[in-house]
Design a protein around this ligand. Structure first.
Ligand SMILES: [Zn+2]
Length: 300
């Protein structure tokens, strides 16, 4: 079955893009009850880790910045983006949530995908990953929440967790490694993806307050951000293992995976592969964002 996408020309080649980042809750965030969560939420996940090779695995709980919710916030940012005509982009395109227009020429649906029930489906080419926090949930309340009796009780009865544990999911400074991936898109199509990634950051969170930032490396104050543009998937991908629960270890891993030993440049170029790191990556995303505003939003 054909993809339905039209052929591009040599001046608009299709390539792949990846964004890797470690995000940081920049102030208290309310982590809503999973069941009640409707928009931009933070959920929790449970996993087992071993503190070292000889120790017994133990269950931990971590905050979770769900990739599907990030995608939803990003799409919303595009729908609500102001156009020079005085409309919002979603109104101009007649494209919303859940009624996406699914037109291949829509700058939102072209990359985020769309669905007209019973008529047509446009497959999204942007996918979202990561989101499992680095730090474990609240050290103070961990013991209570992790008590075996409570866990088994929850599992058997599917009852709500104890209220103190549920209500206090606010902690600034939690790190969330995330990634966005774009498959076979042009530079022009990546522009709204870059815009949406950056524009969604202050708007993530359920209720108020909202906002998350790209964390900085304490070593050189560079944003923990990598952008790849490629045909050949090269280099290591700065993806952080969910089993890491120490922020320093996570940041060191991110920096180690972003470059080869001894490299210091923020720009790496190899045949069919480019990588921007830190400030250079942020500038690259901002450049694409500006292109989106000029080419789409500022057009009558
Ligand atoms: Zn659309």
């Amino acid at each position: 079955m054909a993809t339905g996408l039209s052929k591009t020309d040599v001046s608009n080649p299709r390539v792949h893009f990846d964004i890797y980042a470690i995000l940081e809750g920049s102030q208290e965030l309310y982590f809503g009850h999973e069941v009640q969560v409707n928009v931009n939420l933070v959920e929790t996940v449970k996993l087992k880790i071993k503190d070292d090779l000889s120790s017994e695995p133990r269950s931990i709980e971590k905050c979770y910045l769900s990739p599907t919710k990030r995608k939803g916030v990003e799409r919303r940012c595009l729908i609500w983006a102001p156009v020079a005509t005085g409309e919002l982009l979603g109104d101009k395109q007649d494209c919303g949530i859940p009624n996406t227009c699914a037109k291949p020429e829509c700058p939102i649906c072209a990359v985020y995908g769309g669905l007209e029930p019973g008529k047509k489906t446009l497959i999204g080419r942007v996918t979202h990953g990561g989101g499992v926090a680095v730090q474990e949930m609240f050290a103070v309340e961990k013991q209570r929440a992790m008590h075996p009796a409570i866990i088994s009780n929850n599992l058997s009865k599917k009852e709500e967790k104890p209220i103190p544990f549920k209500r206090e999911y606010n902690q600034p400074g939690i790190l969330y490694p995330v990634s966005n991936h774009a498959l076979s898109i042009t530079d022009g199509e990546f522009a709204p993806v870059a815009y949406a990634f950056l524009d969604s950051l202050p708007r993530i969170g359920s209720g108020n307050p909202k906002g998350i930032a790209i964390a900085e490396s304490p070593k050189d104050n560079q944003p923990l951000l990598v952008v790849d543009r490629y045909l050949v998937p090269k280099r290591k991908r700065p993806v952080i293992s969910p089993s890491i629960n120490d922020p320093e270890v996570a940041i060191a891993a991110f920096n180690r995976l972003a470059r080869k030993t001894g490299e210091t440049s923020n720009y790496i170029q190899e045949p069919h592969f480019e990588r921007w790191i830190g400030d250079a990556a942020l500038e690259k995303l901002q450049e694409y964002s500006s292109n989106f505003v000029d080419a789409i939003l500022q057009q009558e």
